[in-house]
Design a protein around this ligand. Structure first.
Ligand code: NAD
Length: 958
């Protein structure tokens, strides 16, 4: 109450309506859609280099969408749209935003920050310096950050004199000092981070500078926490007191984190500083958890975080003899309860400190200082571009409904209300609101138990090699005289499986059985078959580690990619089971008295499933269960390279109760057994996913009618892609580069959805190329069994030699600039990631699907040309646009001709029901797997009309 009354008459300049900023904030809080558009504009502004670009974005974000903005802003904004006033208006707007940024960011470098820093210290405040910038994507970027931290550490001690108990202080972010931090492999990530961190720490100790480790997102939490633990326990730093770390109270794991820090301090006997904050990435964490279907690491309700903050404050103060608590918050209640608790324990004010962000809560920080507390300001320094996400976070915080500063200094809520103890209201979510289908959660590798189980599964599976993969007809093993050995792409010397080869006689037997069971299968209810799919999903879910491990060994997918493959297979089962009951059950048709009309669906007959190896479980599962649930016997022909994974599916189908006589498993050579099945007159449907060349042959064969054939064959044919990512000149390059790296190089580019063309618009070309190369260079390449690997091998010797020949050809091609060729790895079928630049969009590297880690970059003058180039291939599968121009986004939505378009997102990773998948042109027959209407491909429909009138009496009435 004392603090409140002391600040009562002071103005919070952020909301002072006399000034531009205050009036703008006022409008932002009144109009949520303006807030979104304005902050998006602020976010993009620093990368806009010309007045035209600024004017265009103002028009698109602010003028067109918000006709009613007040005059003080509207005038300036409209002026920016007219060519005469454009220059002046753009300059004024840049100035305003720069001023806004300067409110929260002290300077662009240490030179410009030195003077104001001295002033801040003269006023009595302490500080910690934060170097602006988020995640670095490549080693060069990390080196640059390391250099800048070095500069800060060297310069800070020279700015004035310091008290011994309050040395110069810098806050560091690990993600800026190590690229490719991977939650699957914290140990490797920690070692990776140490390369740059240890020299900085040594320098800091030599210079007498305090180093605080900031925490960012949950995915890197364990890495930072364990790295810090390693350091404070190490012989080298165990007696150095000038180390600190953040604890984020919104994390459910924060209590355990505090306990581990207390234990470490007990052991090392030298204190550290623990900065308790609430956490700045709440939206991100919640959205990420929902997207991946994983347990949410943060508390859902604000009050729970507040409550936890108070609990942790007390735990920290209870151990103030071991460590030094720092309370980072602007919430008076949160700070006051800590202070009062400290007082009740007779702790001196010097045993803890208060921390606040530079540019916020000006009056509050002065009061705390006046009352004898140490107040440390968290002061960002850096350029405007990397600073924008920080600025936007501050703006959001200051205008959020729940923000304390807003509630207290803008809404002027009663002090009693603001001081009320937080009450966690555990609302029970309404069960009936739950969607019927939810995607299977991804494995959460931040959990050490999950990592442990994965390693165990990899070892267990490897101990069974080589596994014999048999031919199975109606659940019974068939003999074969021929077999092929399948070696692991990670390590050529390991034979994963010995695959028995099915021949024509097996195909004939499987077809005969299928024809025999077909009427009975059709007669058995849809509901029963859907039940088999649900059961299969459950079995696969129980076996997710085992199945992922097989995939990892057999086709060389990394941990995350393997687990995602299994999750997608589970999704297909549950989604098609649900969808079958919705779409394939009997439908009443137009009702007329005296007449009963219905539409019914029935299976068509033996269905051949011909699958690729690159999603060795997901695709084959999706195709098989869709055909089966629709009432068709299925003959599964897996890809030669992934027969073991496919066999594991087949076994589980039998366990799940699939009607045995209706399911057959025929591993074999595509050109032989696959081609024979496709051409067979008894086959009703062919469901194929694979290359364009094979797909076209299949279409031709299937459409050639044999004299004994009784019905036309239906062909579902999903083929390749030559997918492009367009990067517009106003794109967020941090996001674009990360997405390009993932889209092009995860699973060594062997996804039909993978990006193989990058089309860059305008002046950002050089910067984009440099950043892509830096990120690619920093990728860890190696066996997919190793959790540190970002990119694994290609599928087999044939693929490796084909791709290496393509690279050789590119190297010799004078019309192509070789920008980067990665190094090679031994052991498996590794192909170096390769980046070229081309000038001719019709060059073969821009047209042919290579299915490997090779990307071609093309520079376009504007978006229209970029779209023309993107659309200028035979394919139309996936594509992505990175842009912050609403007009250009709208244009791409309309004109980018692909089956799956992603805006500001990578072009791979479609999820069942969320992004039904499939292309058109030569990428496929335009059917979307994992979406509505897919099942209709596998049925015939019958309309039945019954006259119910007898002697003039209609049972339903007229
Ligand atoms: P592929 O075309 O070589 O083989 C696919 C399947 O067809 C295999 O089971 C193979 O044995 C069989 N086959 C080969 N020749 C045959 C013939 N003459 N008659 C009948 N069957 C025959 O493809 P792949 O190398 O396994 O997979 C990679 C290709 O698949 C890429 O082109 C990729 O883009 C494409 N793909 C497309 C999608 C999609 O959804 N559009 C998804 C995954 C993969």
């Amino acid at each position: 109450m004392e603090i409140f009354s002391a600040i009562k008459n002071s103005e919070e300049s952020l909301f002072d309506k006399q000034y531009w900023l205050g009036r703008m904030m006022e409008w932002v809080m009144k109009d949520p859609s303006f807030k979104v558009d304005l902050f998006r504009f602020v976010d993009v502004l620093p990368v806009l280099t010309t007045d035209e670009q600024v004017a265009q974005h103002i028009k698109e974000y602010l003028v067109d969408n918000h006709k009613d903005i007040p005059l003080f802003m509207g005038g300036a904004l409209k002026a920016a749209s007219f060519s005469l006033t454009r220059g002046l208006a753009a300059a004024a707007i840049r100035k305003n935003v720069t001023e806004l940024a300067e409110r929260f960011i002290l300077g662009s470098d240490m030179k410009s920050a030195a003077k104001p820093l001295l002033k801040i210290r003269e006023q009595g405040f302490s500080y910690t310096i934060d170097l602006l910038g988020e995640k670095a994507l490549g080693d060069n970027e990390c080196d640059t950050y390391a250099e800048r931290y070095k500069e800060i550490i060297m310069t800070l001690p020279k700015i004035g004199s310091y008290r011994e108990d309050d040395p110069p202080n810098v806050s560091i972010k690990i993600s800026a000092l190590a690229a490719n931090l991977k939650e699957e492999d914290p140990l490797h990530s920690i070692e990776n981070a140490k390369h740059r961190i240890m020299p900085l720490l040594r320098l800091a100790r030599q210079q007498g500078v305090f180093v605080n480790f900031d925490l960012e997102t949950w995915a890197t939490n364990e890495i930072v926490v364990e790295l810090f633990n390693d350091i404070i326990k190490s012989a080298e730093f165990s007696s150095w007191p000038h180390l600190g770390i953040v604890v984020q109270a919104y994390l459910k794991a924060s209590y355990a984190h505090v306990q581990s820090l207390i234990k470490a301090c007990e052991e090392r006997k030298t204190p550290i500083t623990v900065r308790l904050v609430k956490g700045a990435y709440w939206d991100y964490e919640v959205v990420r958890a929902v997207k991946l279907g994983i347990a949410c690491p943060v508390f859902q309700h604000k009050a729970e975080t507040d409550l936890n903050y108070e609990l942790l404050s007390r735990v920290l103060l209870d151990h103030a003899h071991l460590l030094k608590p720092a309370f980072g918050s602007h919430n008076i209640r949160s700070l006051a309860q800590a202070i009062i608790y400290a007082k009740s324990k007779n702790l001196p004010k010097s045993s803890y400190e208060i921390q606040m962000l530079y540019g916020m809560a000006d009056a509050e920080r002065k009061i705390f200082l006046k009352r004898g507390h140490r107040v440390r300001l968290y002061i960002p320094i850096g350029e405007l571009i990397p600073g924008m996400s920080y600025l936007v976070r501050r703006l959001l915080e200051n205008t959020s409904q729940m923000g304390f500063i807003k509630m207290s200094r803008h809404d002027h809520l009663a002090d009693q209300l603001l001081l009320k103890a937080p009450l966690a209201d555990h609302q029970v979510t309404n069960q009936s609101d739950k969607p019927v289908f939810t995607n299977e959660p991804m494995l959460d590798f931040t959990d050490p138990r999950v990592r442990g189980q994965f390693v165990k599964a990899l070892n267990d599976v490897a101990s069974t090699f080589p596994v014999t993969v048999p031919i199975m007809i109606a659940g019974k093993i068939e003999q074969s005289v021929t077999e092929i050995n399948r070696v692991s792409p990670n390590e050529k010397t390991i034979i994963v499986s010995r695959v028995k080869m099915a021949h024509i006689k097996d195909a004939d037997r499987a077809l005969k059985q299928s024809l025999e069971i077909f009427p009975a299968l059709r007669a058995r209810g849809l509901h029963e078959r859907a039940g088999h799919l649900y059961k299969l999903a459950d079995i696969m879910q129980e076996d997710i580690f085992h199945l992922s491990a097989i995939i990892c060994h057999e086709v060389g997918k990394t941990w995350n990619e393997s687990a995602a493959d299994v999750a997608e297979a589970i999704d297909f089962c549950r989604y098609y089971a649900k969808q079958a009951e919705v779409e394939l059950s009997e439908k009443p048709l137009q009702a007329v008295g005296g007449e009963n009309n219905v539409l019914i669906y029935q299976g068509r007959g033996p269905t051949v499933i011909i699958a690729p190896w690159n999603f060795p479980l997901a695709i084959i599962t999706g195709m098989s269960v869709a055909a089966y649930v629709a009432g068709n016997p299925i003959i599964i022909k897996p890809a030669e390279q992934s027969s073991l994974t496919a066999f594991n599916l087949y076994e589980r189908m039998l366990r799940a109760g699939f009607i045995t006589e209706a399911c057959h498993f025929l591993p074999g050579i595509g050109e032989e057994i696959g081609a024979y099945l496709v051409g067979h007159p008894s086959v009703a449907n062919v469901c194929f996913t694979g290359s364009k060349a094979v797909g076209q042959t299949i279409m031709q064969t299937a459409n050639t009618v044999a004299p004994t054939q009784l019905q036309m064959k239906r062909v579902v044919c999903e083929m390749g892609g030559k997918n492009a990512i367009i990067v517009d000149d106003d794109a967020d390059l941090d996001e674009a580069v990360l997405a390009i790296e993932k889209s092009a190089f995860l699973f060594a580019g062997q996804k039909c959805s993978a990006a193989s063309r990058i089309i860059v618009v305008g002046d950002i070309k050089q910067l984009l190329i440099e950043r892509i190369i830096d990120a690619t260079k920093s990728m860890t390449i190696g066996s997919s069994v190793q959790p540190s690997s970002f990119m694994g091998p290609v599928i087999d010797a044939e693929a490796a030699s084909r791709l290496l020949q393509a690279i050789e050809k590119l190297r010799k091609d004078s019309s192509v600039t070789m920008l980067y060729e990665g190094s090679r790895c031994d052991g498996g079928f590794f192909v170096p990631p390769t980046i070229v630049q081309v000038r001719d969009p019709s060059h073969w590297v821009m047209q042919e699907e290579l299915f490997g880690p090779i990307i071609a970059i093309y520079a376009a003058s504007d978006l229209d040309q970029a779209l023309a180039v993107a659309n200028g291939t035979n394919y139309a599968l996936t594509g992505a646009l990175f842009s912050r121009s609403p007009t250009n986004i709208a244009k791409a939505r309309e004109q980018f001709q692909v089956g799956n378009l992603y805006i500001n997102e990578k072009c791979t990773g479609a999820l069942v029901e969320r992004q039904p998948f499939g292309g058109f042109k030569m990428s496929g027959t335009g059917i979307k797997a994992g979406g509505p209407h897919y099942l209709l491909n596998f049925v015939d429909s019958r309309s039945i009309s019954e006259n119910t009138m007898r002697r003039g009496f209609a049972p339903e009435g007229p």
